[in-house]
Every structure is written in structure tokens, then in C-alpha cells.
Design a protein around this ligand. Structure first.
Ligand SMILES: C[S@@+](CC[C@H](N)C(=O)[O-])C[C@H]1O[C@@H](n2cnc3c(N)ncnc32)[C@H](O)[C@@H]1O
Length: 501
């Protein structure tokens, strides 16, 4: 890596699509199944949903404590010696120092802060990690190099490595560390992917038939029933491996990435400890509660979502009830795959029907519009038929998008104002104002919201060396502000044309 810490993988020659970059025998994986850490340690803790990850972190810590006595000693040398500085650790003085403390402030109001809150609720808060480790630490087997239990910081180091580099493998290993495959950095664009046969025996990990298998009436192995005969014959003749394959051609000297998916900077920062400024992912998100939706509004919205008809408002070619149609589509793209920038209201991110988001292209999802509209109806929706509400949503979204598209654009050099103010319904106007205020509230809730954008950029550029965490947090904050401000500008422009506040 450029900063001299860590690895990246560069192609020494051009690679073709589907070419295998590395093939790692499953026996080389480090998992709870292959480690020498006794499984009996787990009864000392209360099972949680994060248990698998916590356990694997413990496994790694045990192997690190074994030093040269570990079967993975060679592999362990390739791992970062210090904890990956996930925002979860920024407030821990010994880990984050002054940089972490200041950086944490810059996350206030950002999408990263929302992600951190979500992780708290999922039982992945720092206190959950400490509680887990304090319960098991006294029972960790002593090793030559470490006869005493290791401090919490050692467990946090192991945990940060697991969450940033473990892969989900199969029914036997579940999550595991995969030597070599974990040297690849992330890019949101597809580059390579990791594949393995996951339908192994969950008791012994065997891919070919084994003594634990349940047979069907014809003597076939149930878990292998989906395989054609040719594939069945192949099982057992070669080692069971995890394969890293190029998903596209890679040029000589190009960095070879692995793609963790289309992921925005907030999530990258929270989960992997870096920002990439690729402007991928779902943008900024809200919860229904942030828009003032109570249980009744949420229920009404759920019903509308199930029917799916309202999606037609943002993608006119979608047919009634065809929510699944969006699953393979990228938010904000029209039928030809072009991003339709003329819309202020678009489909939900990544085709996930229920997402309330502001996309990187500056479009709010129709879900936000819908909830804002329902909240604005203030209970009168209860007396309105679902059909009429849907029609209201569809009409108001069309009105909004059409009005925006009809506004003279900045690069329109005809010199004539082409906008004809056509009346929009009171509910359209009211909903547009709610959305505008929501964007403003989000902007106002950010750390140092009073500081002008250009000044923020100067402040970031003037950060002293040794402030990598503040630099990342400020980059995230500045980019989110930029998206919010430009979107707010569009809504203000529209509202000033449609009617005075
Ligand atoms: C699976 S590892 C990739 C290999 C890693 N660079 C190493 O030295 O071991 C994932 C970690 O690498 C770093 N990383 C991955 N992709 C990156 C990127 N595009 N830019 C900067 N750092 C990245 C982050 O620290 C992340 O948590």
C-alpha cells in the first residue's frame, strides 16, 4: 500500500475474464473448525447473534498467542500488526488517541453514525466486545509466549482483523480467514470474486459423500442432489478449494481488487476502516421515525409497498405489483441503464423496495416521498381508500418530477424562461416542503454545521500529519454535506417556482 502499511495485489501480466487468480485448499483456512482452540470455551459466554464473529476473533487471538507454535504462523505474519482503526475504537484513548477523539466528532450526523447505532443494536458495541472477552479471557489456554491472559486490546486487534477480512465459506467452516484471498483491496466495481462449494457436510466438512450423509430413496446423497453426474464424479478426485476468479479482464500493472459490493464510504469506514470516495452504495438513509411516521403510518406504508403499484410513479415502465423487477437494477437508472438526472424522486436504492434514501445522484427515494405524504395527511389517510392514496402518491411524484424537468436548467442558453407554472396539488406542495425541511434538518445536525463548505475543505487540507482518522471522517462529512446542499438547492429552486413558503 502507498502508506507502506499493508498489502495490495497488482497484476504482473494481463488476466482474462474467469481466470483463476488463486486456489486455496480448504485445509489452509483458519476457522473455528481448523484452529486448535478448544470449542469448550464458548459455554462461558451468553450466545448472541455476533457470536460467530466473536468466536473467530478468539480463534485468531489464540493462534497469535501460539506464535511460532501455530500451524498458521506463516500466514499470521502477513496480517496487520495493529488493530484496523474502525470508528468503533476511535473513542478508546489507547487506540484512537487525540486523532480518534476529534475524528469521532466529525461523524456526528453522518451516515456512519447511523451505521454505528445500528451495530450497537445488533450487539456489536464496544461494551459487547468487552463483555464477551472478559468472560472468556481467564479460560484462554496459556501458551509459551503468553502464559497470562492477553489484554482487551489484543482481542480488539483480532476482532478488527476478522471483521475486515473473513469470508463466509460453507456450512462447515461458516466464516473463515482465507490466506492470500484476503490480500486484495476493495473496489465497488466488480473485479474478482471468491467461490467455493458450500454444500459440504456440516459435521465433518466433506464435499464427497461421507458417513453422516442422509440418502434419498434411490441411495443418492441429499445435499448433492442438485449436481449433474459429471460434477458428482469429479468430487473427491481433487482437493476441495476456495477459488478467487477474475470477473473481468485485468490489465498488466493494474491493481486486482475484490469487490465487497457497491458500498458507500460510511459503511466502508464503519466496517473496513477506510473511505474510497467512489460514491457508490445507497447514499444517505433515513428511518420512517425520522420523518415522524408512527406505527399507523408505517403499517399503511407497508401495505402500499406490498402492492408495489406506486413504484410506477418513478419508473413508468414498471407494472403493477412488480417490486421484484427492481432487484437487479441500480437505483436511479432508467430502462436503458442511463441515470435519469431529471428526477428529484426516484426508485429506492439497489432496488430494495423499502429503502428511504437520498441517492448519490441527488434523488430521494419514493419511499421518503410516500411517508412524508402520509405524515402530512395527518391521519386523514385512514378515511381514504388505498387506491386513492396510491393515486395521490403517483400523481404528486409525477408532478414533482415533471415540474423539475420543466425548470430552465443552468446550461440552458436560450435566454428564455421556458418554465410554465402549472398548478400542483396542495399535497404535492406540502410534501415537497417536508422533504426540503428534512434535508435541512439533516444538514443542521452535522458537526460544525455552521462552517461554510469551502472552509471545511481548507480545514481538512490543513490537518497536521498523523491525523488519518480526522481526515477520513472529515472527507465523509464534507461529501455528505455536498450531496445534501446540492439536493437542497434543487428543492429550494423548485419550491420557489411552485409557490411561496
Ligand atoms: C481484506 S483486507 C485487504 C488487504 C489489506 N490491504 C492488507 O494489507 O492486508 C481489507 C483491509 O484493507 C484495507 N483496504 C481495502 N480496500 C482498500 C481501499 N480500496 N483503499 C484503502 N484501504 C483499503 C482496509 O484497511 C480494509 O479493512
Amino acid at each position: 500500500m502507498e502508506d507502506g502499511e499493508g498489502w495490495r495485489v497488482v497484476a504482473r501480466r494481463a488476466l482474462g475474464t474467469d481466470e483463476i487468480i488463486c486456489r486455496i485448499p480448504k485445509t489452509a483456512l483458519l476457522s473455528a473448525r481448523t484452529s486448535s482452540l478448544p470449542p469448550s470455551l464458548l459455554p462461558f459466554t451468553r450466545p448472541t447473534t455476533s457470536h460467530t464473529i466473536f468466536h473467530l476473533a478468539l480463534v485468531l487471538l489464540h493462534e497469535l498467542r501460539l506464535g511460532s507454535g501455530s500451524r498458521w504462523y506463516g500466514y499470521l505474519q502477513s496480517l496487520p500488526r495493529r488493530a484496523i482503526m474502525l470508528p468503533l475504537f476511535w473513542d478508546v484513548a489507547e487506540l484512537g488517541g487525540e486523532d480518534g477523539k476529534e475524528a469521532r466528532r466529525w461523524l456526528v450526523g453522518t451516515e456512519a453514525e447511523r451505521d454505528l447505532t445500528r451495530k450497537d443494536k445488533e450487539g456489536l458495541a464496544l461494551s459487547d466486545l468487552a463483555q464477551f472477552y472478559n468472560a472468556v479471557a481467564p479460560h484462554l489456554p496459556p501458551t509459551k509466549a503468553h502464559p497470562e491472559p492477553s489484554p482487551l486490546s489484543a482481542f480488539l486487534h483480532a476482532f478488527s482483523l476478522i471483521t475486515t477480512r473473513a469470508f463466509l465459506i460453507d456450512l462447515y467452516h461458516t466464516v473463515a480467514l482465507v490466506p492470500f484471498a484476503d490480500l486484495l483491496n476493495h473496489s465497488s466495481e466488480p473485479h474478482t470474486s471468491l467461490a467455493s462449494d458450500d454444500f459440504v457436510c456440516h459435521i465433518c466438512g466433506s464435499l464427497p459423500r461421507c458417513t453422516h450423509d442422509i440418502l434419498d430413496t434411490e441411495g443418492g446423497v441429499m445435499r448433492l442432489a442438485h449436481l449433474p453426474d459429471r460434477e458428482l464424479a469429479r468430487l473427491g478426485s481433487e482437493a476441495d478449494t476456495v477459488d478467487m476468479r477474475a470477473d473481468r479482464a485485468v490489465e498488466e500493472e493494474e491493481e486486482v481488487f475484490n469487490s465487497y459490493g457497491s458500498i458507500g464510504d460510511a459503511r466502508l469506514l464503519v466496517e473496513w476502516g477506510f473511505v474510497a470516495e467512489e460514491f457508490a452504495g445507497e447514499g444517505l438513509t433515513w428511518n420512517p421515525e425520522d420523518l415522524g411516521a408512527d406505527a399507523k403510518v408505517r403499517e399503511m406504508w407497508g401495505g402500499i409497498l406490498d402492492r408495489g403499484r406506486y413504484l410506477a410513479a418513478v419508473l413508468p415502465f414498471a407494472r403493477d405489483g412488480e417490486v421484484g423487477y427492481f432487484e437487479n437494477r441500480v437505483a436511479g437508472e432508467d430502462e436503458d441503464g442511463d441515470e435519469d438526472e431529471d428526477r428529484l424522486v426516484g426508485p429506492p436504492a439497489g432496488g430494495r423496495p423499502g429503502v428511504l434514501n437520498l441517492s448519490q445522484a441527488g434523488q430521494i427515494s419514493i419511499n421518503m416521498w410516500t411517508i412524508a405524504l402520509l405524515v402530512g395527511m395527518g391521519g386523514t389517510y385512514a378515511e381514504t381508500s388505498p387506491d386513492n392514496i396510491e393515486t395521490s402518491i403517483i400523481d404528486s411524484v409525477r408532478d414533482t418530477n415533471d415540474s423539475w424537468a420543466a425548470l430552465p436548467q443552468e446550461d440552458d442558453d436560450s435566454g428564455e424562461a421556458t418554465f410554465r407554472r402549472s398548478p400542483v396539488s396542495p399535497i404535492t406542495l406540502q410534501t415537497a416542503r417536508v422533504i426540503r425541511d428534512l434535508l435541512q434538518t439533516r444538514l443542521d445536525g452535522m458537526h460544525r454545521a455552521d462552517v461554510a463548505f469551502d472552509r471545511l475543505l481548507d480545514m481538512r487540507d490543513a490537518l497536521p500529519p498523523g491525523s488519518p482518522l480526522q481526515r477520513m471522517a472529515m472527507t465523509l462529512s464534507v461529501n455528505e454535506r455536498s450531496l445534501l446542499q446540492s439536493t437542497l438547492g434543487k428543492w429550494d429552486e423548485l419550491l420557489s417556482e411552485l409557490g411561496p413558503a
